[in-house]
Design a protein around this ligand. Sequence first.
Ligand SMILES: CC(C)(COP(=O)(O)OP(=O)(O)OC[C@H]1O[C@@H](n2cnc3c(N)ncnc32)[C@H](O)[C@@H]1OP(=O)(O)O)[C@@H](O)C(=O)NCCC(=O)NCCS
Length: 168
Amino acid sequence: MAGLHCGDSAWARAASEWINGSEVFDSIEKNQTKVWVFRNSADEIVGFGSLNATGWKRWPPPGGPRTRLLYIPQLGIDSRFHGKPEHPEWRYSKQVMDYLIYEARMLATEIRETKPPSKHVDLLTLHVHKDNVVAQKLYKRFEFERLPGFEENDLYLMSHKLNLSTDD
Ligand SMILES: CC(C)(COP(=O)(O)OP(=O)(O)OC[C@H]1O[C@@H](n2cnc3c(N)ncnc32)[C@H](O)[C@@H]1OP(=O)(O)O)[C@@H](O)C(=O)NCCC(=O)NCCS
């Protein structure tokens, strides 16, 4: 993955460092995080996404009941491919989000089929820097909602209610 460069902002550098350094391996080892690397038809690395199931968390924080959540630890697109391809239907950001939400639904469904109800999950969550307007716009387009009043280390918390109906 050496060379994936998501941009120069603090949050973009954090994404590049996460995937190019040791954090990705720590996350895989400690949290069983799944990581996907996306390539285009020219076999260029376009970006990456990740997903895990958290341990017990208070939701909504800080005082809600203990629950488990699905969580996107990090995602990013190489800056050469930001806003590309221009057609919104084919935008790489959309393809990455579509895929992560699909994988989250698969994981939530598997947990429903194999674990007791106390472990079931239906919320996909993530942190986003409060000034990362581009990512926030992207997440809102995918029906992530900001948790009102939550801000920790300049990060907002957003969640997306997964559609776990079997109809589609
Ligand atoms: C977040 C990221 C994956 C989005 O990919 P992208 O290709 O840049 O996304 P898009 O081109 O689809 O843009 C998303 C939205 O931001 C808007 N946007 C793009 N550049 C913008 C800018 N400079 N200012 C304001 N809005 C902007 C787009 O118009 C689009 O809005 P819309 O959905 O209303 O049309 C990518 O920017 C990235 O890798 N950023 C660095 C790493 C990062 O922030 N990761 C997320 C950590 S939580």
